[in-house]
Design a protein around this ligand. Structure first.
Ligand code: HEM
Length: 140
């Protein structure tokens, strides 16, 4: 099971980077009316969204192998809360982009994307603290 705890930090960078660049490109491309940038952003957002699911599963499996979680339990629960918020927010964004294509729907889609960006950065912050402050899944 420690395999999954070590695998999780290796794969998390894909959704973090794809969703971050995707949201920034989509919003920047839309404001600048640059379709190429917006399309690149849409691609990254969608690929990042699908990458969330293996990362969540591996995160859960990795968590099962953790011991002495007392000293970092607040960070672990912060990480989990943000991970779920991130997933929920991007699911809502995907639903809006597919089924609500009116100008209002598009406005809401962009707002939800920004909320998702904040959530994914929060997830990364708490996850990073687990590894680099508390030494979770490292040789420390
Ligand atoms: C939105 C999905 C998720 C993202 C983007 C994410 C991101 C991260 C990041 C960036 C780190 C730090 C890696 C490093 O600094 O090298 C981390 C570590 C960690 N995450 Fe996640 N995570 C997600 C979901 C989950 C879930 C659902 C769980 C558990 C139920 C979890 C449990 C952990 C644990 C235990 C660590 C410490 C390292 C380890 O033991 O694997 N993560 N995560």
């Amino acid at each position: 099971m420690t395999f999954f705890a070590k695998l999780h930090p290796l794969i998390v960078h894909f959704p973090v980077a794809l969703l971050t660049s995707g949201v920034v490109f989509e919003i920047y491309g839309s404001f600048k009316k640059d379709e190429v940038v917006e399309t690149a952003g849409r691609f990254n957002t969608r690929l990042g969204f699908w990458c969330l699911f293996p990362v969540l599963i591996v995160g859960f499996l990795g968590m099962l192998s953790l011991e002495n979680t007392e000293k970092f339990k607040d960070f672990l629960s912060g990480h989990l809360r943000f991970a779920f918020l991130t997933t929920g927010t991007f699911i809502i964004a995907m639903v809006f982009s597919r089924y609500f294509r009116s100008p209002v729907g598009r406005g809401i889609y962009f707002l939800v994307l920004v909320a998702g960006l904040v959530c994914v950065l929060g997830t990364g912050y708490y996850g990073g603290e687990l590894v680099h402050r508390f030494g979770v899944s490292t040789a420390q």
